[in-house]
Design a protein around this ligand. Structure first.
Ligand code: NAD
Length: 339
């Protein structure tokens, strides 16, 4: 029987791909000749919300859908936390490269909560609402998986091939690191749960650039232990944003440039406030762009919360996007794309 659509698009993080996702894929393949699976949050550094890379997720899903694989396309797409339009542009461009302008396209999904708002952003395509299958969700599966290293409850919610991949992942160092991060986040949130209102944290970050290099640190502790980050941190009670930013910059990198020169080299600033930008809780950061004059790169040395500080060439930074903490890559992009 002829199918209603030529293409069906299924957007998700699939962290991990569970039986509810599988039911959606089955329905999509009943309705359309080909299925385009968009693997969202491409190149995000591993964390307890996004433990598996796009490559790992694609492998897991391929193993689960082996019988239909010739009908399925995978499109990894980066998040653009500060521009849905940029995100939509990439979705549209990559989808077009497969559909070649066909009008016979539908998006399939389930409006589960406010995080599903993106499903309303495709007026050019039909929409198929699936409803909720089994009440499963990936957040619960990850919770069991990281909370109890022995638990096997997740195995009843995913296909055996994915269950095996998750079991194999438990043998990796990354699994242990993520378990530590899970405990850290739980304890952090528990400590703040006694506050009369959910807290909103204020941080600052310094984007110091000189001659095509940006000053970065390697994080010494959870969350994001070992990841590359901007020097920055929480604002103290009695300091201004700029003072806080300069204090953290000096503490973490020992940058050998006098404070008045740093102050005089601030050329831009911006607030980064995506509600999901930090797993610790709602955190608004004020980032300052410090452009230093061309010349020999000033000496730096990791200190305090930073295991290491160094000047990273922008080319190298772009090549290590999936090792960069939270939205710091997008923060750097914001400033360096302007000058
Ligand atoms: P997900 O894996 O949680 O869910 C994927 C889809 O499956 C959703 O439609 C969800 O409702 C559905 N689903 C989940 N459990 C189900 C069940 N039991 N039964 C039926 N359906 C079920 O993925 P997600 O987090 O919704 O993925 C969205 C992606 O799009 C993310 O990567 C996000 O970052 C990205 N995005 C990016 C931007 C931006 O960067 N500006 C904007 C919007 C979305």
């Amino acid at each position: 029987m002829a199918k209603k659509y030529k293409f069906c698009i299924y957007i998700g993080r699939f962290q991990p791909f569970h039986l509810g996702h599988l039911e959606t894929v089955k329905l999509a393949l009943e309705k359309a000749e080909q299925l385009i699976i968009i693997l969202g949050s491409h190149m995000v550094a591993p964390n307890i919300k996004n433990p598996w890379s796009s490559q790992e997720r694609e492998q897991q899903i391929r193993s689960a859908l082996a019988d239909h694989i010739e009908q399925i396309h995978f499109l990894p797409i980066r998040d653009r936390l500060y521009s849905d339009n940029l995100w939509l542009t990439e979705v549209q461009q990559k989808v077009l490269s497969i559909t070649e302008g066909s009008k016979s396209v539908a998006v399939i999904g389930h409006r589960k909560d406010s995080s599903s708002y993106y499903l309303d952003m495709f007026p050019q395509w039909d929409y198929i609402e699936t409803g909720n299958y089994y009440g499963f969700n990936s957040t619960e599966i990850r919770k069991e998986y990281f909370e109890d290293q022995e638990s096997t409850e997740y195995t009843s919610k995913v296909l055996p091939t994915i269950s095996k991949a998750l079991l194999d992942f438990r043998a990796k160092e990354r699994y242990r690191e993520l378990c530590d991060e899970y405990v850290f986040i739980q304890e952090y949130q528990k400590a703040w749960s006694k506050a009369p209102y959910p807290p909103i944290f204020v941080t600052t970050d310094a984007v110091v650039v000189q001659s095509g290099h940006v000053l970065v640190v390697r994080r010494k502790a959870s969350p994001g232990c070992g990841l590359i980050a901007l020097p920055g941190g929480f604002l103290d009670q009695n300091e201004t944003l700029i003072d806080g930013m300069l204090r953290e910059l000096k503490e973490e990198t020992r940058l050998k440039v006098p404070l008045p020169v740093l102050r005089g080299s601030i050329v831009d600033s911006h607030v980064f406030d995506n509600p999901g930008r930090s797993l610790r809780g709602r955190t608004i950061t004020h980032a300052y762009f410090i452009q230093l004059k061309a010349g020999e790169l000033p000496s730096v040395k990791g200190n305090d919360d930073a295991e290491k500080a160094w000047w990273m060439s922008l080319g190298d930074l772009y090549a290590h996007e999936d090792k960069i903490y939270e939205d710091h890559f997008q923060i750097i992009q914001h400033f360096v794309s302007k000058v």
